[in-house]
Design a protein around this ligand. Sequence first.
Ligand code: ARG
Length: 459
Amino acid sequence: MADKLWGGRFSTSPNQELEKLNSSINIDKELYAEDIAGSIAYAKSLVTVNLLTEEERDRICDGLNCIKKEWDEGSFIIKKDDEDIHTANERRLKELIGEPATKLHVGRSRNDQVATDMKLWLRSRLTELKSLMLELINVTLERSAEEVGVLMPGYTHLQRAQPVRWSHWLLSHAWSLKNDVDRLQEIKKRVNIMPLGSGALAGNPFNIDRKLLAASLNFAELTHNSMQAVSDRDFIAEFLFWASLTGVHMSRWAEDLIIFCSKEFGYVTIDEAFSTGSSLMPQKRNPDSLELIRGIGGGLFGKCCSLMMTMKGLPSTYNKDMQGDKSEMFAAFQKLQSILKVATGVIKTLKLNEEKCQGGLSVEMLATDIAYYLVRKGLPFRKAHHIAGQVVAHAEKSNVPLQSLSYNELKSISEHFSNDFSKIWNYENSVEQYQAIGGTSKRSVLNQIEELKKWMNET
Ligand code: ARG
C-alpha cells in the first residue's frame, strides 16, 4: 500500500468497486488551480515556523507552478492511484522535486485543504456570475429605455388585468435580478473566510500564522474554530439556494416570454439564433432557449436539496458523504453561467411586435379606471367599484363593447358620470395614472432605469 498517501497502516488494497466510488479526481480536478494556490501559500507559511527552508519552499513553489502549467495545458497525466486533486498534485510534486514534496502536508489535512480550495473556487466564480448578471440587467435597461413607449396587457392569474408599459414588464425582472446580485454579495462575505490551518479537525499544531496565510490568499477573515471550519458547507448550501432562487427568477422570466412568443399572443419574436425547429413539422420555431432556462431552474433546486439532505444527518467535522458537494457546486455554476449568457442573447435579439402588444389591449382592462374615475368625482372606492361592475355587466348584457355605451346609458347607472368620461378609453391615459414610485407611468419607468443604473455603478 506504499502507493496510497494514507497507505501506511493498511496491508491490503481497497476493494475495486470502493476505489471507484471513492475516487473523485475526475470531478475535483476542476479545483487544480485553487489547490495549487493554497499549497503555495501554505508552503510559504511553513518557512516562518521553520518546517521548510527557503530553498525547499522555492523548490516546492517551482514544482507546483510547473504542475499548474501541466493542468493548464492539458498535459497532466492522472494516475490510477490519484484519489482526488489533493493527492494527485502531491504525488506529481514528489515526482518532480523529490524529498521536499513530502514535507508540504505537515499540519495540514485534506479536510481544511478541500474546504479552502472550494472557497477559493467559489469566490472567483461568484465574481463571474455577478458580471454576467449585470450584463443581463444592462441589456434589459437598454431595451427598457428604447421601448418605453410600447404598451401591452399586464396579467394576473394569466388573465388580462391592466395595461402596462412593456418596459415595466422588462424591468420587473431586472429588479428581481438586482436582488439576486445583492444576495450574491452577501454570500461572498461568508465564502471569504479561510478554513486553512484547521488541520483534520483540531487545528494547526505548529502555530503557523493564519492571519498572514489568509492575507496571502486574499481572504478577508479566517475561521475561529477548527471543528466548525472542516464541518462547514454552509457556503455551498447558500450558493445552491441562491442559484435556485436566481434560477426561479430566470424561469419565470422565460415562462412569460414563452407565452408572449406564441402565435396566440405574438408580442415578441425570439430570434432564430435562439430558437430551434421540429424534425417533423416544418413550420415550427420553438423557443428552446427559454424552455431550457425554465427547466434548469428546477434542476438547480434539485442540487440544493441534494446537498441539504446530505448534510442533514452528518455528525460534526468531515465525513466522506461530503465529497459529493463539489459536483453540485460545479454543475450549478456551469448551468447558471450558461443560462445567463443565453438569456442575455435572447433579450438582446428578440423582436418586439408593437402592434401585437397594442392589439392585446382591450377596453375591459380599463374597468378599474371607471372606478378610479368615480373616485376622482368624490365617491368612496367600494361604491365606485360596484358602479363600475354594473357598467361592465350592462355592456355585457347589451352585448356591446364597454366604450360604446352611450352617455345616457352611463348616466342612468350613476349620476356621477359626466361628459369628460371618454378620456377613460385611452390606454396611454390609463398607464400615466400610475405616477407614484414603482408604477407603470413613463416617468416612473424612466426613474426605475435611473435607479438601477445608479445601483449598477455602485455595485
Ligand atoms: N476528496 C475529499 C473530498 O472532496 C477530500 C477530503 C478527504 N478527506 C478525508 N479525510 N478523506 O471531500
